[in-house]
Design a protein around this ligand. Sequence first.
Ligand code: AMP
Length: 272
Amino acid sequence: MEALVAQYKLAHKSVGFVPTMGYLHEGHASLLRQSALENDVTVCSIFVNPTQFNNPEDFLLYPKDEVNDVLLLKENGCLVLFAPENDFVNEILEVSLDLKGVDKVLEGEFRPGHFRGMVNIVSLLFQIVSPNKAYFGQKDFQQLFIVQKLVAQNFPEIGIVASPTIREESGLAMSSRNARLSAAQREQATKIAKALHLAKSLAKEKRSVSAIKEELRFKFFNNDDLRLEYLEIVDAQTLLPLTDFSFPSRSVVCVAAYAGKVRLIDNMSINS
Ligand code: AMP
């Protein structure tokens, strides 16, 4: 991979990079197309990084389909697939990045070690692929935030491009984990996006943060079919949960919930 990238650099070709964990869907495809538009060469990586899974079952059950992944890559302008073997994990090194507590809220609170694992693998991939630009989805809002901090500190030469969340017709955010949902669970899971939309309209009506959270909990997460892990409205600049009435210029409602054993996350900007 490094030799190939060196050739592209010699030929003055720009490289766009889309890191993924595979089982690709339209959300990934949108990142790939954006990269293909903006760069001479698009590289996609597929690696399910065990060090960012705090739940071993979630890691073991993570869906895989390399044949379909390759088809999707070809159809969406990707030229190179970098799919290292499992022992790639041995190459991962600890990266020091002071996240000032941002890795302890939201996902960080419920998935200890997740962001450390993510930062380490993304750093390794950035070193190897050495892209001009890298593409990340807003679906993983906190990940994007932390990657921006990582790049500011360690990879200032890489431009980070944020892409909007792609949703199914039902509103459900596309995710590789959706493949593990039964029909009934999928139905339940659509409530997450409904809750986010309601948060947005209640914020427009100037309802307080606590009133919005209470109404969402009551309307959408009142039974065990969709078990809420967290529901927070945060300042997009700091990721700190809001507690008062005054919304900053950009705030985001973030949800994690379980449909059966499948953990789903989603978010929406509530004042854009
Ligand atoms: P993953 O394979 O889930 O690790 O995701 C790889 C990249 O695709 C990350 O930058 C995700 O944020 C992005 N992504 C995943 N799902 C979506 C989606 N529904 N819309 C846009 N981007 C997404």
